[in-house]
Design a binder for this molecule. Structure first.
Ligand code: GCW
Length: 681
């Protein structure tokens, strides 16, 4: 049975002979003008993919043939390509971008892939493959596509013992034990999949870091992975445990201002670059959830980040320093702490430091308002950190398409430089004119045969890559590509599957945390409902800290009468959130403590609306099961059953969430669940 291992890179023969014949006319042979590992990858991918799709060998030629076909190469290096690309077009192509066109010149027909560097040729090649795979027309094709964000990276929370923190797809695909000698074929397939969507970097180790990775034998293992990834345009990065100079270097301190510590890092970085000349740099979680950091030595985040940045600077490496910090000792609302700590440091970081910020101020909840740091540190490049793995979103079990959530976050207006100052523009660097820009996605990949556990998790990996390339792409058009590449071209089935992808996030929010509720899941594992959780080692890990249910009402007052987290946003944004009668219901209980009998704009009281939302969510999962059943004729039985079995669990668990949360909140509201709704057990 088809287990989904091939992801969206499925190049089975196109069913219609007519369509195949058409493509044979235009892309029946390939010439890549130039010689390098990345160009060779582009050629091989094109030839393999097109041969599959067209059902005949599409040869890679060693010189340009007469007659139609693909020609690809680098502007300025290939005379052939120079002859086909106009100066006007060439000027528009940026680093890693490409021109893809169909052109007739002197009676010759060509599909041209032109770029200014080899990665651009690789990405243009995958774009062309996608066009054929989705059976799009090539005649008259003329497009220039440049990535809007420079560093498009995955973050693996993978431990060296192969467990994966918040991973729900088996164990880590990195087999440290057998590296560097044994190179699992998955490493190559992983690199292909990432390259096909423009991902150009990967952090292979957990942010809860282990300093062992810096031991010379481990660095050799890392170098072996880097060698596999390089021909696919992917750079490797590591997480740096701040106390590594103590643990691996035998020093007494890891104080960033200590000369011995600085030297240890400089030497270590030199050693890494010796093995991996294109090493990307470090990702650091410091002074957060027990991780060591500069504050252990009374230094601030900038002093810590800059010390590492100085070590990396001579080689062009960067530091991605996380802003996910909060402390239980502080009486302040957790949602406010990162902003309070980082905003005063704006302007104090080295040029090669990026601050990596989670999309929302708490922690990857089903839905959060944007993090107030976006737009608040204009002198510092801010990276987005999205979760692709679904820690709080049904993990590997529930079907929850994340692209709509990514889109909602990216398109949120911060207003910091007037209307239209979206989060997308903050992170792509255009709002504040930053050279450096980046985005990170916490990977949902593991040893599962289909890579992601839940088959639809593949769509989230795919969508993340596409949005990292261009955060302005509409989620709908990403679904269209993915569904056609992954499952079927049948228009009816495509539209059903796209609809599942488009609505399932809202559905999940409804049956888990409607109306702006957050952090009410089971403790520790973060799966299933747990609004009653009141005793944990830290108050800010309980549920009652966040929902604040009492006899009067529900929700966290973050306006001026409460924690005033609201004040961290731009005044124009505050206006949208300040008034409990005007705020979008999405964020109502995030910002307001609302009386149970308060009448909302729907005409329902808070209590009734809450009941209805939980029921809508659970009902939508039942409907999604029916939708999936309706496309069974168009999906191979192996993959069909995988999804169907998961949907059965999701249906049961959506009701679990609904009933558990409503019964719990009812003990405060003391109101009846509307009689027309199914009554919980
Ligand atoms: O979401 C929380 C997780 C932790 C994680 C932490 C982080 C890697 O529960 O498992 O640790 O965030 O992002 O650092």
């Amino acid at each position: 049975a088809d287990d989904g291992y091939r992801l969206w890179l499925r190049f089975d023969e196109i069913a219609s002979e007519e369509v195949r014949n058409d493509y044979r006319q235009s892309v029946g042979q390939i010439f890549i003008d130039g010689d390098s590992p990345i160009l060779a990858t582009a050629g091989k991918e094109l030839s393999d993919g097109l041969s599959g799709l067209l059902g005949q060998s599409v040869p890679l030629l060693d010189r340009a043939a007469d007659g139609p076909g693909i020609i690809a190469g680098i502007i300025g290096q290939s005379d052939l390509i120079n002859g086909w690309v106009t100066t006007a077009d060439a000027e528009k192509i940026q680093e890693e971008g490409y021109l893809l066109m169909q052109k007739e010149q002197n009676g010759q027909q060509r599909i041209v892939i032109a770029a200014k560097d080899e990665r651009g040729v690789l990405y243009g090649s995958f774009h062309l493959l996608r066009l054929v795979q989705t059976q799009s027309a090539l005649s008259g094709l003329h497009l220039i596509d440049n990535p809007k964000i420079k560093m498009r990276v995955l973050n693996h929370w993978d431990n060296l013992d192969r467990t994966v923190e918040r991973g729900y797809a088996g164990f880590s695909i990195w087999d440290w034990h057998q590296l560097p000698e044994f190179l699992d074929v998955r490493y190559t397939d992983y690199a292909r999949a990432n390259a096909s969507i423009g991902i150009n970097g990967t952090v292979v180790t957990n942010v809860n870091a282990n300093a062992l990775i810096f031991r010379p034998d481990y660095l050799e293992k890392v170098a072996a992975l880097a060698d596999v990834f390089r021909p696919y345009g992917i750079r490797i990065y590591l997480t740096a445990r701040f106390s590594a100079p103590i643990e691996q270097g035998g020093l007494e301190t890891a104080d960033p201002l200590d000369a011995g510590v600085q030297k240890w890092w400089s030497d270590k970085v030199a050693e890494i670059y010796e093995l991996i000349p294109d090493f990307g740099g470090f990702l650091v979680k410091a002074n957060s959830e027990g991780q060591p950091g500069p504050q252990n030595y009374n230094r601030n985040h900038a002093e810590g980040a800059n010390m590492l940045a100085d070590a990396l600077e001579p080689y062009g490496g960067v530091v991605m320093w996380r802003a996910f910090v909060y402390s239980n000792e502080e009486p302040e609302d957790r949602a406010k702490q990162a902003y309070n700590e980082f905003v005063p440091l704006d302007g104090k970081f080295r040029k090669n430091v990026l601050i990596q910020v989670k999309n929302g101020p708490i922690d990857f909840q089903p839905r959060e308002p944007i993090h107030p740091l976006f737009g608040a540190m204009p002198q510092t490049p801010l990276m987005m950190e999205f979760q692709i793995t679904k820690e709080y979103l049904g993990q590997g079990t529930h079907l929850v398409g994340l692209a709509k959530m990514y889109e909602e976050v990216l398109q949120t207006d911060t207003y910091v430089k007037g209307k239209g100052s979206t989060v997308a523009k903050v992170i792509d660097g255009s709002l504040d004119g930053h050279e450096l820009s980046g985005i990170a996605g916490v990977a949902n990949i593991g040893t599962a045969r289909n890579w992601t556990g839940n088959l639809f998790g593949q769509a989230d990996w795919y969508a993340y890559g596409r949005l990292a390339w261009d955060p302005e792409i509409a989620a709908e058009s990403i679904f269209e590509e993915w569904t056609k590449m992954t499952f079927t071209h049948d228009p009816e089935a495509v539209s059903v599957i796209n609809n599942m992808l488009a609505t399932s996030h809202e559905t999940c929010v409804r049956y888990m945390t409607p109306l702006g509720l957050h952090h009410i899941m089971g403790p520790g594992h973060h799966y299933g409902p747990g609004p009653w959780v009141s005793r944990m080692p830290r108050a800010d890990w309980t549920s009652v800290y966040y929902h604040k249910a009492d006899e009067k009402g529900l929700g966290f007052d973050r306006t001026a009468s409460g924690s005033d987290a609201l004040s961290q946003y731009h005044p124009d944004f505050q206006k949208e959130l300040r008034d409990m009668d005007k705020i979008s219901h999405k964020f109502l209980l995030w910002f307001h403590h609302v009386p149970w009998d308060h009448v909302l704009s729907t005409g329902n009281t808070l209590w009734v609306e809450l009941c209805r939302e939980y029921h809508r969510g659970a009902a939508a999962v039942t409907a999604m099961k029916e939708q999936w059943n309706s496309v069974s004729d168009h999906i191979d039985p192996g993959r069909f059953r995988q999804v169907a079995m998961h949907l059965d669990i999701q249906e049961k668990e959506a009701k679990w969430w609904r009933d558990a949360c409503l019964r719990y909140f009812q003990s405060f509201s003391k109101m009846e669940i509307p009689a027309d709704l199914e009554q919980p057990e």
